[in-house]
Each structure stands twice: as structure tokens, then as C-alpha cells.
Ligand binder design. Sequence first.
Ligand SMILES: [Zn+2]
Length: 104
Amino acid sequence: MSTRRERIIDILKKSGRPLTINEIAYELGLNDPKEIKHLYDDIVHASRSLQRRSNGRLMIVMEPPKCAVCGFTFKELKRLRKPSKCPKCRSERILPPRFLIVET
Ligand SMILES: [Zn+2]
């Protein structure tokens, strides 16, 4: 069981509002972009263990990334990440995905 995943759950529980990857990284004291990329994986695993431990009561949900220019929402991401470009208007101003813990 990874400590970082535990800490991600704690950070999200305490925040009370959706957080971006960068905000979570900041709370964890990470500033290496490579490590920050790994956080997406950690969040997927943290979500699974949170769901298991709460008997499915709690889970981490993602607000999908969105284009800041045309409002296109990236609902179907093959991989969890911040997309670099909007497929609709080609803008690179993408609002990053945000994560929060919800009760189901
Ligand atoms: Zn767009």
C-alpha cells in the first residue's frame, strides 16, 4: 500500500473542493513534471482502494478537462491526462481535469 495514495485521499478529503493534478502535486510537495505525470496513475489506484475500503460508498471522480475557448469537454479519455489540444477548435488552452471524493 503506497503512502502517496493514502496522502492523495487525505488531501482530497480535506480540500472539500475539486483539485487539479497540479494542486495535488503542490500539496504532496512534488515539482518534477515526470512525477506529476505519474500522479494520474496514483489517483486511479487511490480511487480503487478508497472504493474497496469504503465498501463502494466513497469514490474519486474526475471532472473532465475542458477547452477554455469553445467549451469542448473531453469526456472520453483513453488515458487519464491533460489533453494538449482541443479536437474541435485546435486551441491549446485546456482547463485541466479536477478530482474530488464523492459519496455514492
Ligand atoms: Zn476548443
